[in-house]
Design a protein around this ligand. Structure first.
Ligand SMILES: C[S@@+](CC[C@H](N)C(=O)[O-])C[C@H]1O[C@@H](n2cnc3c(N)ncnc32)[C@H](O)[C@@H]1O
Length: 177
């Protein structure tokens, strides 16, 4: 991976971590004030982290952003953790289009979505998604699921012997047929 794009990066924590590992890291979000601080810190520290405003529910924003990022050094991976489940149906469709443009044939999309409520937790700003609907959307856009992990999100979400029912789903998607 040469370039990583974190869609719905929020406060940019993962973008900054990736940049510290030497990856050209980009953060996108429609709340620009969330990434103002990390953007300044990245500039001060000379880290390869860039942040950009983008709105998944606006086709024009998605197309312009996708065209720009598709020109960055590849392979490019797209990360979207709890974003497909934080936006609406239009935003989800555009997220997949954006990921396809950016990842191209050599990259991947890493998605994490909520598939059931975590017992004792509020909504955390995300909805529970029907993963079969999401998989159908991926297939409609020519995507293929390489990995799927349904996990209980106690103990970091990947406790192998967890007896709890799965609440999150992690998917690795390619557009390479
Ligand atoms: C639940 S938070 C997840 C943040 C981060 N990915 C994480 O895992 O900690 C959802 C993020 O998606 C962003 N988001 C929601 N709708 C969006 C949209 N239409 N366009 C761009 N970003 C959006 C929110 O601003 C927020 O930062």
């Amino acid at each position: 991976m040469r370039t990583a794009v974190d869609v719905g990066c929020g406060y940019g924590r993962d973008v900054m971590w990736l940049a510290r590992q030497g990856v050209e890291a980009w953060g996108l979000d429609f709340i620009a004030r969330a990434f103002k601080r990390p953007a300044k810190r990245a500039e001060r520290q000379g880290l390869p982290a860039s942040f950009m405003w983008a709105n998944l529910t606006e086709l024009r924003s998605v197309m312009v952003t996708g065209a720009l990022l598709a020109r960055q050094p590849g392979p490019r991976v797209v990360l979207a953790r709890h974003v497909a489940d934080a936006t609406d149906a239009t935003g989800r469709a555009h997220l997949l289009r954006l990921a396809r443009m950016v990842a191209g044939r050599s990259g991947r999309l890493y998605l994490q979505v909520q598939i059931a409520r975590t017992p004792g937790e509020g909504e955390r700003g995300v909805k529970v998604l029907d993963v079969d609907d999401l998989l159908a959307q991926v297939a409609d856009l020519g995507g293929r699921v390489l990995e799927r992990h349904d996990l209980a999100d106690d103990e970091g979400g990947d406790a192998p012997d967890s007896s709890s029912a799965p609440t999150i789903c992690r998917l690795v998607i390619t557009w390479n047929p």
